[in-house]
Design a protein around this ligand. Structure first.
Ligand code: GBH
Length: 447
């Protein structure tokens, strides 16, 4: 039996995102987002599910804030639906949308919960998509205006800001793999969009500094880990490429002001080169106050000619998977954090997302999701090990507070520590909620 103990000032919390929980997509003047369009396009989302109702958190936020409070969380990470604030992406502000986030933030602050606000968690106003979306640099301007409005409106209330969530997903997953909105399949396009998202991030950080906003700002890239199948050079290099697609590609520009050259060369051979304008890399590399890290899964990878973008195949080593079919790989969590420290120094890190998909349903008012507790235990243990190796981790936010709209997989996949019944919208605390609450209270758990 071992006790895994976290520092006294370690911050605990849970995370959500606007389109995944709010519902009320047609209310109080909210504009249309690319996820409304995408989810209503036949064949794009499992079962034809949409975010129209989702968890109805737009109406039930007080109940949800109570769940966060009862958990004992220090921080709640949520995102703002850009089309609630600017229904057309730019121009007129929609006051009712602004009011909603004031009510949410006020009720968090009343209960002593610190709000951590993500400005962009994928729900781009459709009006901007109609003009080319993130491929059009005007979207960057629109984002900076939206960000600046939010900074000033919530200055003094929100003191932790995240510009963009998982730019890899809104670029490559959405515009090359095509699994997420807007669903394009074009590597050059995706590469430009990745770049524009980074410029948007940097511009927003600069705006934050220029406007003298109180608090801290960062971004939240997703990372994974490919462990080479063997010590063969080809396996190692293929895994380096797989890792760098999430890691160096999205970190080097921010921390070093350049793209990783081995990846630029690789992409060039595949026909894609980011379109970089003068001054872009300088803007992107504005110093940030913290790094949000989202980690879920890792893979063992092996070189295979012409396999995917990187001559890399996933090997099934027989590791357990969660219900979404992702390998459970806590060792990758440890390794990627140590690699981040080695490459980029000791920037403060919040784990802004980590969590497991298991689809247990309530029985007699209880959800016995012990596999989720095991996932949490192994990942928190790996996290603590990284901290003991000098990684500067300040906090951990579980994804997600509650079951929600899991993007292309609709409501079929559940990540919550709170169960949501999508017929009645009733919330039920799972066993993992109680376990996590105790861990937060004690600042430690027993393995
Ligand atoms: C996050 O994305 C999102 O921020 C959040 O909104 C979402 O609900 C949550 O995670 C759960 O999905 O190679 O097939 O094993 C996660 C992004 C991208 C996670 C790719 C895992 C590899 C899966 N991810 N990924 S696989």
């Amino acid at each position: 039996m071992a006790i895994i103990q976290f520092p006294k000032d370690f911050k605990w919390g849970a995370a959500t995102a606007s389109y995944q929980i709010e519902g009320a997509t047609n209310e109080d003047g909210r504009g249309v987002s690319i996820w409304d369009t995408f989810s209503k396009t036949p064949g794009k989302v499992h079962n034809g599910d949409t975010g129209d109702v989702a968890c109805d958190s737009y109406h039930r936020y007080e109940e949800d804030v109570k769940l966060i409070h009862d958990l004992g969380a220090d921080v709640y990470r949520f995102s703002v639906a850009w089309p609630r604030i600017f229904p057309n992406g730019t121009g007129e502000v929609n006051q009712k949308g602004v009011d909603y986030y004031h009510k949410l933030v006020d009720s968090l602050l009343e209960k002593g919960i610190e709000p951590m606000c993500t400005l962009y968690h994928w729900d781009l106003p459709q009006a901007l998509q109609d003009k080319g979306g993130w491929d059009n640099r005007e979207t960057i301007e629109a984002f900076v205006q939206y960000a600046d409005f939010m900074f000033k409106e919530f200055d003094g209330k929100i003191k932790k800001w995240i510009t963009v969530n998982e730019p890899w997903c809104s670029s490559f997953l959405s515009n090359y793999i095509g699994e997420h909105a807007p669903g394009n399949q074009n590597l050059q396009l995706a590469t430009d969009i990745a770049h524009h998202l980074l410029v948007a991030h940097g511009r927003a950080v600069k705006q934050f500094r220029d406007s003298n906003i109180e608090g801290e700002i960062g971004y939240a890239p997703n990372v994974t880990w490919f462990e080479p199948y063997s010590t063969k050079q080809q396996d190692i290099e293929a895994c380096n490429r797989g890792n760098a697609w999430n890691l160096e590609w999205f970190f080097d520009p921010v921390f070093k002001g350049s793209y990783p050259s081995f990846m630029v060369d690789w992409f060039k051979e595949k026909g894609a080169t980011p379109t970089i304008l003068d001054g872009d890399l300088e803007i992107i590399s504005q110093p940030i106050d913290f790094l949000g890290i989202n980690y879920y899964t890792g893979n063992v990878g092996r070189y295979k000619e012409n396999e995917g973008l990187f001559d890399l195949e996933n090997i099934d080593m027989g590791y357990d998977k969660t219900d979404i079919d992702w390998f459970i790989y806590p060792e990758g969590f440890y390794k990627v954090l140590v690699k981040i420290k080695d490459l980029y120094g000791n920037v403060p890190i919040y784990i802004t997302e980590n969590g497991a998909c298991y689809n247990e349903e309530p029985e007699n008012g209880e959800v016995a999701d012990h596999k989720r507790i095991d996932y949490l235990k192994t990942h928190l243990t790996a996290l603590k090990r990284s901290m003991d190796s000098g990684v500067n981790v300040k906090g951990f936010l579980y994804w997600s507070l509650m079951d929600n709209f899991e993007w292309a997989l609709g409501y079929s996949m559940r990540f919550g520590i709170v169960h949501v019944n999508y017929e009645t919208l009733e919330r039920t605390k799972k066993d993992s909620y109680h376990w996590f609450g105790e861990t937060i209270q004690n600042g430690e758990f027993t393995l």
